[in-house]
Every structure is written in C-alpha cells, then in structure tokens.
Ligand binder design. Structure first.
Ligand code: ADP
Ligand code: MG
Length: 387
C-alpha cells in the first residue's frame, strides 16, 4: 500500500547479507519480532486489566552470531550506526537506539541467564515513534535471538516480562507489559486477549477477510513531546483512585456507579470511568471475536475513542479529526490506538476500501492543517521467532 515506512526491501536475506558485510562471517541465524496495534484496551494494562493487541506484518529483523568474548557489537542497518559494548558498558539509563538491544543483554544477565558476547545486526520496517511499538520489536527480537543462541529456557510470557524490564529499567521508559507481550506472543490470524494481572492469554481468531473487512492503520504523524509526563500523571491518578476506593487496582472495581459516587474529584471520576468501561469493552470484544462477529467491534471502537477523548483526555485534535474523517468516509468504527497525544488511529472498513479511506482521511488532515499521515491495511501477523 502507499505511504509505507521503508522504500528498501527488508527480508531475512538482506539483513543476513548486511551482517556478513559488517562482521566478515555469516550469521548463525535471523530472527524477527513485529510491531503491534492494540485493537482495544487502552491504558488498562497498568490497571491490571485487559488488552487485545495483534501483531503487524512490519517487524524488526536481527541477524546474530555468538562471540567468544564478552562483547556485543550492535549494528543498525537503518541508521548505518555501530556500537561495541563490554560488560562495563551495560549501564541502566544508557541513551540511544542501541540501549533497546543492550538492555536485553543486561536484563538477561541480571536474571541469571548465561549470555555471552554476540554480533547483532538489526533492521526494521516498523514505523518509529508512531505508537506501533518499534521499541518492543527491537527488544523482543534481541531476546528471541539470544535465547536461541545461548539455549536459554525462558517461557514466552517470561520473555515478554524480561523485555519489558529492559525498556523500564535499562532504557528508562515506564511502559506496561502490552507491547512486549504482543510482539512475543501474538499469532498470525489472531488477536491476543490478555489479562494483565495473571498474564493469562487467549489467542482469539481475528479473520478480517472472512468478515469482508479490513483494518486501516493511519499514523497521524503527530507526536506529543510531553507524553512521558502525561503517561505518568495518568498512572498516578489511577493509583490514587484505587487507594481511595480501597481496591488493589482499578480492574477490581465491580460497581462503577458506586465507585464514581465515592470519588470527590471530578478528574479522578473521569479517569476511573474510562478504565472500567474500557476493560468492559475488551471483554465484549473478546466475546464478539469468539463468535466470529468482527463487524460487531465497530461500536466498541467508537465508544473507546469517545472515552479516551472525553474521560481519559489523551487524544489531540489531529487524532480526533482523523477518527471523525474516517467515520465520515465510511469506516464502520474508528478509534485512536496506543498511549495517546498523537500516534495512530485504527478504522474498521469494508474489504477493498482501506486505501481509499486512508487517502480521503489524509486529504482531510492536510486540508485542516495537520501533518501528512501515512497509512496501511493491517493483517494480524506472527510474533517473535526465528525465520
Ligand atoms: P515506538 O515504540 O512507539 O515506535 P519509542 O519511542 O518507544 O516509539 O521507540 C522508538 C525508538 O526505538 C527510536 O527512537 C529508536 O531509538 C528505536 N528504534 C526503533 N526502530 C529502530 C531502528 N530500525 N533502528 C534503530 N533504532 C530504532
Ligand atoms: Mg515504544
């Protein structure tokens, strides 16, 4: 489809060749991990609630080979950059793209796994900074490669938890488990229903084509600069509300009306209403997909967007306008996806119409003075593994 991120072909062969050129020998293998879109369940993960992402066809590819010394050579083909680190360089809070890879080496060693040196050459076509989790793709592909190369027996959910720790504790970005769980656990043709408290997952069939539908992903190309602060503020509000309500997490609110009556602060009331209704929408979405009713998702997408806009207050005009425009051009339902303050929208459209609706929304966006969006039609794809 038009407006995709990468003009160059990204295949295991091209990354393998790039490795051989840089390192002088062939890699032992090539691994992949995808970006993701969250179908529904926004800002519920850190409230011990429910999420339902699926993996994108866009992915990070990593060619890798073990080394005899305890050194890590990290190469980004996309940025044409190379870093070489020793054990002493594995320091929490390190900046730069290489920290997403180094953080995984660090966290594996922290967790007691025996990981030696490696040459790692990476390339990715996951759009960066669009809320499609290009960062988790880097972490999860690194973890998959090192686990295979060094024969580490780590369950998939534990892999996701370790990759998340790399992002939280090494890179220093306070994210929930959603991104790494999606990149690690998703299956082609399925959405991943996940209980963020227990870590329990269900692969839910998500067959857009059989339903005569497509899912348009449109990146508004708007990135908010204070997003970390806003994210921290929302988390803090949820924790404060849970304390007032005497529950471990907002996931445990069973009577929304009683909870709202118990909260004096109007802002906290809105935050709680979003989280509780969003959890409920995820549960209803799962029911629909289990029954094969993909079109039934449409009103839930719409309601999720209104809740993020009015109650959680994490949308921005460019995102709201894109959703309105997508609906005006025939989308059955649409919502912002991701943490908010910019990033992507998703829109459920009739099969064969994604390109047309994407182009129409893009025209509306630029006419309204917003940046030129990029868009594509998403297919639920495979999670991390060797390719
Ligand atoms: P998102 O995960 O939503 O794309 P993040 O800010 O979490 O946004 O992660 C983006 C960062 O990940 C980039 O700033 C860069 O450091 C790193 N990154 C992503 N893709 C690549 C790539 N292909 N090569 C090098 N670094 C990348
Ligand atoms: Mg990220």
């Amino acid at each position: 489809m038009t407006q995709t991120a990468a003009a160059r072909p990204l295949t295991p062969a091209t990354v393998s060749e790039a490795f051989t050129q840089r390192v002088g020998t062939a890699p032992e293998g090539v691994w992949a991990a995808p970006g993701r879109v969250n179908l529904i369940g926004e800002h519920t993960d850190y409230n011990d609630g429910f999420v339902m992402p699926f993996a994108l066809p866009q992915r990070a590819l990593l060619a890798a080979r073990r080394r005899d010394d305890e050194r890590w050579r990290l190469v980004s083909v996309d940025l044409d950059e190379e870093h070489e680190l020793g054990v002493d360089d594995l320091v929490q809070g390190s900046p730069g793209w290489q920290s997403y890879l180094a953080g995984v080496v660090w966290v594996l060693r922290e967790a007691g796994h025996r990981v030696g040196g490696a040459d790692l050459v990476i390339s990715s076509d996951v759009p960066v900074g669009a809320g499609l989790s290009s960062s988790a793709a880097l972490e999860c592909v690194t973890l998959a490669a090192l686990a295979d190369l060094y024969d580490l027996e780590i369950e998939p959910l534990e892999r996701a938890r370790l990759a998340r720790r790399a992002e939280n504790e090494y890179v220093g970005a306070p994210t929930g488990l959603l991104d790494q769980a999606a990149s690690t656990l998703c299956r082609a043709g399925h959405a991943l229903f996940m209980d963020c408290r227990s870590g329990e997952v269900e692969q839910v069939p998500f067959d857009l084509a059989a339903a005569g539908l497509e899912l348009l992903v449109l990146d508004t190309a708007v990135a908010h600069s204070h997003v970390d602060g806003e994210y921290g503020e929302r988390r803090a509000s949820c924790e404060a509300a849970a304390r007032v309500l005497g529950v471990p997490a907002l996931r445990d609110v069973t009577d929304l009306d009683a909870a709202l009556a118990a909260l004096e602060d109007e802002v906290l009331r809105r935050r709680v209403r979003h989280v509780v209704t969003e959890d409920d929408r995820v549960l209803r979405a799962v029911e629909l997909l289990r029954a094969g009713d993909v079109a039934g998702l449409a009103p839930l997408l719409d309601a999720s967007h209104v809740s993020m806009r009015d109650d959680y207050e994490i949308t921005v005009p460019a995102v709201d306008d894109a959703v309105t425009s997508a609906r005006a051009h025939g989308a059955l339902g649409a919502r912002m996806t991701g943490g908010g303050f910019g990033g992507c929208i998703i829109a459920l459209v009739e099969h064969g119409r994604a390109e047309e609706v994407g182009a129409a929304v893009a025209a509306d966006q630029t006419a309204a003075g917003h940046p030129q969006p990029r868009w594509f039609s998403a297919q639920p794809s495979a999670g991390a593994g060797r390719v």
